[in-house]
Design a protein around this ligand. Structure first.
Ligand code: SF4
Length: 599
């Protein structure tokens, strides 16, 4: 094993910060991360064993147990459940002969579930050895499992390839873009290099001023001024600065970055180079969620092509400015979408959020000044450099300039990506996507709001209903509480475990919704949920815990009747334990009187 490990370490030049990449390779090689590999990696990279073990045990796609020569990660998000995920899961279990969470006895196939894999517009979907298989049916599952058993290469079992670059040799995926509503930023005509050339004609301070004037706010959800973030980074002394693109969209129901990475990678990277010029950085990183690992060859090809065109690398477009971009690939951890957790992960560690302040613009990657923006923000920045801040301001509202990419899924005729101006109402989105009778719209992923019909005129913008972009349409026929339980299960799974309110609180809240769904809830439980949810939000350390009770709190507020129909108001407590039934057999044996008959 040492020889294999040594080769893996050498592939990454022995860099400690590449520890996660090394562990991913170990997982691929051995289908698990064995104890011995952890020990050897620690020796070869010269880090404490506990650090390697800490990283190896943090991520969903790394496992101490053997996960099968072929590993199936079936998505269990709401979108998958709505599209028939339960039947597909049953088909996998039947065909493989082992339940989810286990590997077949011959170690040929492992069946595991995972949170949203960014395919909510084409569910049910699974990653099989990192390759996305979409629109699964029980019949297709039977064919895939038979193919695996017959040693058919996985790419040969793909269905028709998707549209656009999904069908290119570098991607070769059956994923579809589903671009339903193009807009002026991402899906308008694009000439590579124009934005960058214009930016390099200006001073770096002018670039920052232009981004400030544009009103661009971070598209990840927090909505912080991008220009201010860049200004803060540039103003911080440091021997080097970094630009990181957060391509770790993990909010269930979101998939717009998948389409940007597939079709607009050049625009996004151009935005990163412009950001590098603005803050005087020389190095950028794209942190790609592990679920999108199938895009790595394509992204590397785009970067290489940019270098060949002098849009990246040394002396960009003949100027003194040099900047290059590398890739980091995650391994399945929603919390790594939080910028400080992402930085920790990019450094090869557990994706645990850092205490803030200091903020990353002061002390980020390698404790150097760092800006972290997401794919969409960098794409917008490139267009601002190309067309000017006044052009950008023409779109959207006074407080929310520009456009927003929406990932629309659920009960509608046209799930997919919509580029709309900020200020578009929920009702307008429903009309665009062909929604029928709708009970609720979940805007911004589980951590945000469930919007009831009487509020469908609310507008998507920072002044009203801010969102990172996920829009899930919930039809009138759905069991809303099943959706809430799915979302609470997600947060209980994804809590990094650092702080008690989030780690324990989300599990207690999950049990509470399960209790209500089992018919054992009371109105007192609703009050308890609201009290505990408020406490979890107020005392958790990072954004995950500060928003995770929202599925329950938002639905109890806006859909109270749904809960009242499922809980009892006449008692405070409904016992699930039948003492008489449990003791009856022993009473028969001992010849004792039934409990009810005793005085
Ligand atoms: Fe981790 Fe949750 Fe605490 Fe955030 S709030 S640090 S995810 S335990």
């Amino acid at each position: 094993m040492r020889g294999v490990l040594r080769a893996i370490v050498q592939k990454y030049n022995g860099e400690r910060r590449q520890l996660l990449a090394m562990l991913r390779d170990v997982q691929v090689t051995y289908r698990c991360v064995p104890d011995e590999a952890i020990t050897l990696l620690a020796e070869e990279v010269d880090v404490p064993r506990i650090q390697v073990e800490g990283t190896a045990t943090f991520y969903h796609f790394l496992s101490h147990e053997h996960r099968g020569n072929v590993t199936v990660y079936l998505n269990t998000s709401v979108g998958a459940e709505m599209a028939g995920g339960a039947e597909v899961a049953a088909a996998f279990e039947h065909e493989v002969g082992t339940p989810f969470g286990t590997t077949s006895a011959d170690r040929a196939i492992g069946l595991y579930t995972t949170s949203c894999i960014g395919m909510s517009d084409q569910e049910p979907a699974a990653l099989i050895n990192d390759i996305p298989f979409t629109r699964l049916t029980p019949a297709r599952v039977r064919a895939i499992v038979a193919g695996i058993r017959a040693a058919t290469p996985l790419p040969e079992m793909l269905g028709p390839l998707g549209d656009g670059r999904n069908a290119s040799p570098a991607i070769n995926a059956e994923v579809c873009n589903n671009i339903r509503h193009p807009g002026p930023v991402f899906f308008a005509p694009y000439t590579q290099g124009v934005a960058l050339a214009r930016a390099l004609e200006s001073s770096s301070l002018d670039i920052i001023e232009s981004v400030k004037q544009s009103g661009l706010r971070g598209r990840g959800g927090a909505g912080f001024s991008t220009g201010q973030k860049w200004a803060s980074c540039r103003a911080t002394d440091g021997e080097s600065r970094y630009v990181i693109c957060n391509a770790d969209e993990g909010e269930p129901g979101t998939f717009k970055d998948r389409v940007i990475l597939t079709e607009c990678a050049e625009l996004m990277f151009e935005g990163m180079v412009i950001a590098g010029y603005a803050v005087e950085a020389r190095r950028g990183l794209l942190y790609l969620r592990g679920e999108y690992a199938y895009l790595v060859p394509h992204l590397e090809q785009v970067l290489q092509d940019m270098r060949a065109k002098h849009l990246l690398g040394r002396r960009i477009l003949g100027t003194p400015f040099s900047f290059d971009i590398g890739l980091r690939v995650g391994a399945g951890a929603y919390i790594c979408g939080e910028e400080s957790a992402l930085i920790e992960s990019a450094e090869g560690k557990r994706g645990t959020p850092r205490n803030r302040p200091p903020f990353p613009t002061v002390s980020g990657y390698r404790h150097r000044p760092t800006i972290v923006n997401n794919c969409e923000t960098f794409g917008c920045a490139a267009r601002i450099a190309e067309h000017g801040w006044e052009w950008f301001r023409q779109h959207g509202t006074a407080g929310s300039a520009g456009v927003k990419l929406l990932s629309v899924s659920g009960d509608c005729e046209r799930p997919g990506v919509y580029e709309v101006p900020w200020g578009t109402s929920v009702r307008e989105v429903l009309a665009l996507c062909g929604a029928g009778e709708t009970m609720a719209v979940q805007v911004g992923g589980p951590s945000r709001a469930y919007v009831p019909p009487d509020r469908f005129d609310r507008r998507l913008c920072y002044e009203d209903l801010d969102t990172g972009g996920a829009v899930t349409v919930i039809g009138a026929h759905r069991d809303l509480l099943a959706i809430v339980e799915n979302h609470m299960q997600f947060f209980a799974n994804e809590s990094c475990g650092f702080c008690v309110p989030c780690r324990a609180g989300n599990t207690i809240l999950l049990h509470a919704i399960q209790k209500i769904r089992a018919g054992l809830g009371t109105t007192a439980d609703l009050a308890a949920i609201q009290q505990l949810g408020a406490m979890v939000k107020a005392t958790s350390r990072c954004g995950l815990g500060q928003t995770s009770p929202n599925p329950l709190l938002s639905t109890i507020e806006h859909f109270r009747d749904v809960y009242l129909a499922r809980v009892r108001a006449d008692v405070d407590y409904v016992s699930a334990f039948d003492l008489e039934a449990a003791t009856a057999p022993s009473l028969v044996v001992t010849g004792s009187a039934p409990l009810a008959g005793r005085g």
